[in-house]
Unconditional design. Sequence first.
Length: 166
Amino acid sequence: MQIIFYIAAVVALLATVRVVSATNPVHALLNLIVSLLAVALIFFTLGAPFAGILEIIVYAGAIMVLFVFVVMMLNLGDATVAQERKWLQPKVWIGPAFLSLVLLIELGMMLPRDGVLHPAGHTLVDGKQVGMALFGPYLLVVELASMLLLAALVAAYHLGRQDEKE
């Protein structure tokens, strides 16, 4: 299990460095998704499958939706269609596809043969424990984070909207 953890950590680091160093936002997004999937695999190896699933659903899924939303909001026209075709050549997908393949192989190695998931940690963290922690001692932090996200959403809307011409 430890080798899977370390390989996933290296994949996450490499993909994150490529996110920061990429000049093309599409390439950065692909590498960010690979990085988030690697972090989810790290959660699985540490015995937190609930956190791993949340990482995949919330972060990797929400980032794709956010990216589609931004592309739809910008609506740049036919000039960007040609530019996107140029950006999305098959060579662009080689790096993220290779890193994703490494993660898929690791996940296959981690799946048990006897029907029981064997985490690298000693205990499994289920949804009930996460809920009790979030809505118990960390309730104030969760509510502050939700208010911060709401403020960011309102700010993004006001920054992105186009004023009507008078």
